[in-house]
Write a protein that binds this ligand. Structure first.
Ligand SMILES: [Zn+2]
Length: 62
């Protein structure tokens, strides 16, 4: 098994850790019912539909 020749410094370790900071991107897709952007496999926050049926009653914001 290959073994690192030198111990990575605290600085290098932190640089590696921080390179992943803020990488989380939530993928969205348009709702099949209303077309609003939202996550797949989640109830639509705009119309309250999931799997082709109303599961939440959403009050109109305006
Ligand atoms: Zn919707």
């Amino acid at each position: 098994m290959a073994v690192p020749k030198c111990k990575k410094s605290k600085s290098k370790k932190q640089m590696r850790k921080r390179s992943h900071k803020g990488r989380e991107i939530i993928a969205t897709r348009p709702c099949p019912q209303c077309g609003a952007a939202g996550q797949s496999h989640r109830v639509c926050s705009a119309c309250g539909y999931y799997a082709g049926r109303q599961v939440l009653t959403v009050e109109a914001a305006d």
